[in-house]
Design a protein around this ligand. Structure first.
Ligand code: RET
Length: 268
């Protein structure tokens, strides 16, 4: 038993900072993570309060959007506390990088919810929403595997597969859903187009940051944390505020759930 335990003992923690060529975040990066946590938590609270301005049946966008920033808040809380990262072999001799895989768990939940928000706004049929979200899940899972991969060729192979899934998502957002939105009315189309282009531009920046950070290990951990934090705040908190305010003013985008979804049968 002793031999087994010894064999499975993790490397002692103090050894890790002394690893040659290790890129990891410093106090500055930690501070960015904590600030982003606060921004996401405050945004969640605002979205929750905004939901009370609508009747219970018409809060679906508020609830989806609340879950997006709330999930990000939990994820940033964990990352700021030093959880959800791993030391991965990086390209180059004696190069290692601290990779925050917790982000991918966040994205696994939040990117489908962001797409759901966009698709509900445009009025995309349920079967197509499922396909777009499945492609998105494929994108994040292959991205996660690429991020924690210490091989050379598989990392970029997985990155390419992830990008192919991403192309499908972009096509759904920018062409298919756009046509559906303009089919509903010109106002819905214009509102949707603004939000979809904003989303597409921000999302394209993620694989670019990835290529410099996890991909080639050419920016510092702090720069990576800052870049993803700015993107996350824009893609979740700013996106959410814009979506909620705008849809309240465009009657055709309001979704009323059936009564049976929001009241118990015997509650009157
Ligand atoms: C990865 C790396 C592999 C290739 C591609 C990626 C795309 C990631 C995207 C993330 C979007 C995240 C959002 C988060 C929350 O706001 C996984 C970086 C294509 C598009 C919007």
């Amino acid at each position: 038993l002793e031999a087994f335990k010894k064999h499975n003992d993790p490397p002692s923690i103090p050894d890790i900072p002394h690893l040659d060529g290790l890129v990891r975040i410093t106090e500055a990066g930690k501070r960015t993570l904590w600030i982003t946590f606060v921004v996401m938590a405050v945004a969640s609270l605002i979205f929750l309060l905004m939901s009370f301005r609508q009747p219970a049946k018409a809060r679906i966008f508020h609830h989806v959007t609340f879950f997006i920033t709330a999930t990000a808040a939990v994820s940033y809380y964990c990352m700021a506390s030093g959880m959800g990262n791993a030391i991965i072999k990086a390209p180059g001799n004696h190069a290692f990088r601290e990779v925050y895989y917790a982000r991918y768990l966040d994205w696994l939940i939040t990117t489908p919810l962001l797409l759901l928000d966009c698709c509900l706004l445009a009025g995309v049929p349920a079967a197509e929403i499922v396909l777009i979200i499945l492609a998105d899940i494929g994108m994040i899972l292959t991205g996660l595997l690429a991020g924690v991969d210490d091989g050379r060729t598989t990392r970029w192979g997985l990155f390419t597969i992830s990008c192919l899934f991403f192309l499908y998502v972009l096509w759904g957002l920018l062409f298919s859903a756009r046509n559906t939105a303009f089919g509903k009315s010109d106002r819905v189309g214009k509102l949707y187009l603004g939000i979809a282009v904003y989303t597409a531009v921000l999302w394209i920046a993620y694989p670019v940051v990835w290529a410099f950070a996890e991909g080639t290990n050419s920016i510092t951990g702090d720069t990576e944390v800052l870049a993803y934090a700015i993107l996350d705040i824009a893609a979740k908190a700013v996106f959410g505020g814009w979506l909620l305010l705008a849809h309240e003013n465009v009657e055709e985008t309001k979704i009323q759930l059936p009564n049976s979804w929001v009241t118990a049968p015997n509650s009157g």
